[in-house]
Design a protein around this ligand. Structure first.
Ligand code: EPU
Length: 293
């Protein structure tokens, strides 16, 4: 099939926050046969590269960025690969959308992912960030991950070689410049109707407490230990604080919302203001959860 190259890809069109400038190039990989060519491209063009996924946890800088975006549109899935008692091992390409995997699991009567209802993004992004909500983290379901690096090629890593922590994924073996190619998850057989009801309940709860339909990048800051960044920001008066078209959500203070023509520089100024305010008031340093490009 061959790699596809897109010049000057717009980051505002590729991120859920809908802001940011343009990268140098986007390289679309559709087949594992193309990974050799990707390796060749990266060695010939030694610029920063970033696997973009669905762009849902990103704050992209304004202007021209010296950056190659990699998009892995990996083969179809999800698919069942093995059944061990009532546990089903499901394999899914990293480029699939996480909500699509949840929809498939619900119809297939496979339980485990319900807590992740309402989280946008790709399956690979969900693994890379160990996305989580309502007591479920992607990492808790992962049995193995297939990574690709320019030097190692495609390698399956077992669960024991993966380290998942709060919004964190790394590997015990060194895998520099790795791309998540596909992943296997352990799900349990259950009644599809029950799974659907749980997903619906979670979605209703999420919609009532988070700006799920607005242009956001999810939670901006990680929760400090034993506390909620949203609660701290809210108590510090950050809800509704606005600069240009960017503001902290009135629904949940840990979400920055782009009202239309928001810029990264406004977002960064608001982030700094929020960090200073929370530090002054509570002595707590808020760490970014969103990845700044
Ligand atoms: N709260 C406020 N004001 C706010 C927001 C929250 O007072 O503006 C209070 C809530 O009332 C509640 C507490 O803070 O008592 C915790 O709030 P919530 O249940 O909304 O959870 P959270 O800690 O703010 C975390 C994750 C979310 C995840 C939810 C649900 C982080 C940074 N956030 O939010 O994940 O959806 O739990 O499990 O870990 C994300 O990571 O992008 C994200 C959205």
């Amino acid at each position: 099939m061959g790699l596809e190259f897109i010049s000057n890809p717009s980051l505002s069109k590729r991120t859920s926050l809908r802001l940011g400038g343009t990268a140098e190039v986007e390289v679309v990989v559709r087949d594992k046969q193309d990974l050799e060519a990707l390796s060749h491209f990266l060695s010939k063009h030694p610029m920063r590269s970033f696997v973009i996924g669905e762009g849902s946890n990103l704050l992209a800088r304004d202007g021209q960025l010296d950056l190659a975006l990699i998009r892995a549109e990996t083969p179809p899935g999800p698919e069942r690969v093995e059944k061990i008692d009532d546990t089903l091992i499901v394999r899914c390409g990293a480029g699939q959308r996480l909500p699509g995997l949840l929809g498939w699991a619900q119809m297939a009567g496979l339980s485990g992912l319900e807590g992740l209802t309402g989280i946008p993004g790709s399956v690979g992004g969900g693994v890379a960030m160990n996305a989580g909500s309502y007591g479920t983290e992607v990492g808790s379901l992962v049995t193995r991950v297939r990574l690709w690096t320019p030097t190692h090629g495609l390698v399956w890593l077992d669960r024991e070689q993966c380290e998942f922590a709060y919004r964190h994924f790394s590997t015990t073996v060194s895998m520099p410049d790795s791309l998540i190619w596909e992943v296997e998850l352990a799900l349990k057989e259950a009644d599809p109707k029950k799974i659907r009801t749980t997903m619906q309940t979670n979605y209703v709860k999420k919609k009532a407490t988070q700006p799920v339909t607005a242009k956001t990048a999810g939670c901006v800051f990680k929760n400090p230990e034993n506390d909620s960044a949203g609660r701290l920001l809210d108590t510090a008066g950050m809800k509704g604080v606005r600069l240009g078209d960017m503001l902290f959500s009135d629904i949940h203070a840990n979400f920055l919302v782009n009202k239309g023509h928001g810029t990264c520089s406004d977002a960064l100024e608001l982030i700094e203001l929020a960090q200073t305010t929370v530090k002054d008031k509570f002595g707590v340093t808020l760490e970014l959860e969103v990845i700044t490009l």
